[in-house]
Design a protein around this ligand. Sequence first.
Ligand SMILES: Cc1cc2nc3c(=O)[nH]c(=O)nc-3n(C[C@H](O)[C@H](O)[C@H](O)COP(=O)(O)O)c2cc1C
Length: 179
Amino acid sequence: MAFVLVLYGTGEGQTERIAGHVADVIREHGHDVTLLHGDRIPADFSLAAYDGIVVGASIHLGRHQRYIREFAVENSALLEAMPSAFFSVSLSAAGRGTQREKARAVLEGFLEEVGWHPEVRAVVPGTLAYGQYGPMKRFVMKLIARRAGGATDTSRDHEYTDWEGVTRFTEAFLERLEG
Ligand SMILES: Cc1cc2nc3c(=O)[nH]c(=O)nc-3n(C[C@H](O)[C@H](O)[C@H](O)COP(=O)(O)O)c2cc1C
């Protein structure tokens, strides 16, 4: 049994749900999992207590959460030394062609910036959470969605997450951890 940390950054909660699914799949393999919000790391936290790590972050205005970036920079040596995986949640990941390439470019740019080379990485389609946005954000997101080919019906949320894809991503990480 290994000790695994699943750390996430989120704005409206979708990355938290996806991290929860990742944690469930790892637990089903008999490992001990700690699920942690990247902005609520306890003072006595040490990454050295873990055998492997999965990090998830979402994209808002072209960037991942700053606290995830800071975590990756502060822990870069240990991150490089253990089995690790990173997933990036966004609307562009739900698109095709150029849209998806954009999501991939933001993910790769983030990893380059923080100097981390996880063996397993994925872009994961997120949610248009219209119900959680205020009027201004709803308006802007509707414009972005229209350009990106996403849903513009603001009367409900639209989830694009491919849960089976998230399971496959987690299994690829487990192969590294267990192999
Ligand atoms: C204010 C705001 C800005 C966003 N900016 C981007 C963006 O630049 N690119 C993108 O692909 N998705 C963007 N999104 C979509 C989010 O990445 C998507 O809703 C994702 O599911 C958010 O995950 P979270 O709930 O874990 O934060 C944005 C969403 C919001 C609310």
